[in-house]
Write a protein that binds this ligand. Sequence first.
Ligand code: 5GP
Ligand code: MN
Length: 344
Amino acid sequence: MEALATFQRELSSPKKIFITTHVKPDADALGSSLGLANYLLKKGHEVTVVTPSDYPSFLYWMQGNDWVLDFSKDGDKELATEKLNEADVIFCLDFSVLNRVNELGEMIRKSKAFIVNIDHHQDPEDFADFRFWSTKAAATCELVYELIVKLGDKNLIDAGIASCLYAGIMTDTGGFRHPNTTKNVHLVVAELIDLGADPSQISNLIYDSNSVNRLKFIGFAITRRLVVREDIHTAYFVISKKDLKKYQSQTGDTEGLVNYALSLDGIKLAALFSEREDGIKISFRSSPEVAVNKFAASYFEGGGHKNAAGGKSMLSLKETVEVFERLVEKCQEQLFQTEGISAE
Ligand code: 5GP
Ligand code: MN
């Protein structure tokens, strides 16, 4: 309570506020950032939102999208640096370790500003002056909603803010299907609908905006790039740089692909390996009883949630996949023990 009071005091007069979120923001990252930004603007603060990289175009509809600065872009980077240097308060949303924001991480660590961390990932690093954090929350957007309510400002949540927050909760629960879909999630989204969020419109904006290339890419990936290892309850996609180029892949085009692997009957662990400019990016998904974040943290410099995590590898695509298969074979018991699945 003491910490909340300090935080409230910090925001009791107009401040220069800098909001950032993790690299390659998803709907929860951008929705929580813009939902909070729009609220803080209404409170009379000066607000800048900076993303460490670009993000998918199916998020461009969010209120405030036009004034987001992309730190990976010349011009934006200089302005964002200026804003960071003069900030009184820095909000770090939807991440808990500073290396998730690339170069910005060290700048935040050195900053003299009051630092706030709002997040729902495991194992947070201790870098914030005020942390509003819970792994029980399905999404950072759920926490932003709760924080605004706690501050007594529910009446300031308009349809634009409610829509940003709804979007993050919808996607981080996989459309209200993952095990993190709690009673509280439904209570919060019910309130957000009351405040103006339109579920069918938001779902349409996010899920039904495929390009023909993207749909063809998904078809190609499922038919040609999916490896199924039923013997170890595992299925994964291997996508090369060439594949991405052939289908003119845009940011966000591989999002959700890994779920097709997990949707297979009997599969408990799914992965997507995609070859990027800066190494191999890995997405992991698992059935409820398998803690894939621990696996990602132990072997692939990553982390995340119990059933949705990510990591990276600097080996070649082929070597990364070989290492992964060997590890899954070796870790069968730890990975699948809770349900009593034997290694076979
Ligand atoms: P995605 O597969 O959608 O990129 O990420 C799934 C989850 O894992 C997200 O919650 C994301 O924040 C987390 N995650 C993805 N990549 C990394 C990573 O390299 N490090 C950590 N710590 N978390 C990651
Ligand atoms: Mn999230």
